[in-house]
Design a binder for this molecule. Structure first.
Ligand code: NDP
Length: 336
């Protein structure tokens, strides 16, 4: 349960766990509903923004006193909607509960999972929002060309690990930054980044980038914003592209930091574009067509950090801001 709006960085105590006995069933007269058992829940940094009482955030704030809402994979136990039946496995928005009664509208983004050969948790990771985000931001916005140089921040996370692997598929040189030496090893030895560095060991981000990109960066996939964005802008090549995917370094701050070198965007003719993946779902079939064979042939790998138990979900969500997760953060509620 979400307790109340937060300012600054959220804490575990901003959420609480409630146990109550409920009758499992769809109430009389409740058409277009599904009763589901939640299997996997996604923890994503954007959810921190939903804990704040912000005007104009791209998602509605969570409601104090109600469950947290997020992407999940769930099994239909009962349905009063003609498109869904008992036993269907779906990925889509659900509540942080063991069982949920979900109302279906025309706009409900539910995806019926047909291909069950892959882990179901993939449908909130590599085959879900993070996968689509990496694909859209990198291929559609950054338009990579063979031989170009790519920098990715928060590179070991749900999105970043895929951007790095996509960059190698596109025959680019790719460097990632992450917040621990173990994550740096993962980037180089598991995901195939050419180079990686621990940003927490660097006093001067711009100098670090100059070390890895002596001739500049063509593409920056920005997951963190703030000082790293400023450093990347300083190191961009002429006609470089920057995809503003997220700004996780800012989510826990009451006041966002400024970026002070925007003049470089003009002088180097850089294209910097923010994007929200929800507007690109027309590309989902094209994305699946590309990614599924790569996963099945072992050409793309995906690391998940699966924490067991709904009671651990609050600390797990908050842990995203301290980099506790290694890979896509998932909460396992029930395996079946
Ligand atoms: P991650 O799995 O990467 O988890 C968040 C990571 O951010 C942490 O593990 C931590 O890694 C890093 N981090 C936390 N605080 C800081 C900080 N102050 N400075 C630098 N890094 C920090 O998350 P996702 O892959 O799910 O999301 C990545 C980004 O993409 C986020 O900004 C998210 O909001 C955004 N996003 C955007 C979407 C869109 O439509 N535009 C859709 C989905 C996600 P470390 O140990 O390396 O510090």
């Amino acid at each position: 349960i979400f307790n109340n709006f937060v300012n600054g960085s959220p804490e575990e105590s901003d959420m609480s766990v409630r146990t109550e006995t409920v009758d499992l069933g769809i109430p009389e007269g409740c058409d277009d509903a599904v009763l589901v058992k939640n299997l996997y829940l996604s923890c994503g940094p954007y959810m921190i923004g939903r804990m704040k009482n912000l005007e104009g955030y791209f998602f509605e704030s969570f409601k104090p006193g109600s469950p947290i809402v997020g992407c999940g994979v769930f099994k239909v136990l009962d349905s009063s909607h003609p498109n869904y039946k008992k036993g269907d496995i779906i990925s889509g928005f659900t509540n942080w509960e063991e069982y949920s009664l979900l109302t279906i509208t025309d706009a409900t983004p539910f995806f019926k999972i047909q291909d069950k050969d892959l882990p179901l948790s993939y449908y909130i990771g590599i085959l879900g929002v993070p996968g689509m985000t990496a694909y859209t931001g990198f291929f559609e916005l950054c338009c990579p060309k063979k031989g170009e140089t790519v920098f990715v921040s928060a590179a070991s996370g749900a999105v970043g690990q895929l951007v790095g692997q996509f960059a190698k598929l596109a025959e680019c040189y790719v460097v990632g930054s992450a917040g621990s030496n173990d994550k740096v090893n993962l980037l180089k030895n598991k995901f195939g980044f050419d180079e990686a560095f621990n940003y927490k060991d660097e006093k001067d981000y711009s100098a670090a980038l100059k070390r890895y990109f002596p001739n500049g960066i063509d593409i920056y996939f920005d997951n963190v914003g703030g000082k790293m964005l400023e450093a990347a802008i300083s190191n961009m090549r002429a006609h470089g592209r920057i995809a503003i995917c997220g700004m996780v370094s800012q989510y826990g701050l009451e006041q966002h930091e400024g970026v002070h070198n925007l003049f470089t965007i003009l002088t180097k003719q850089i294209r910097m574009q923010g994007f929200l993946v929800g507007e690109y779902y027309h590309l989902f079939p094209k994305f699946l067509e590309m990614i599924l064979p790569h996963i099945k042939q072992g050409k793309i790998t995906y690391v998940e950090d699966i924490v067991e138990g709904l009671e651990n979900a609050p600390s797990t969500l908050v842990g995203l801001l301290s980099g506790r997760n290694v890979g896509k953060q998932v909460v396992l509620v029930s395996p079946e």
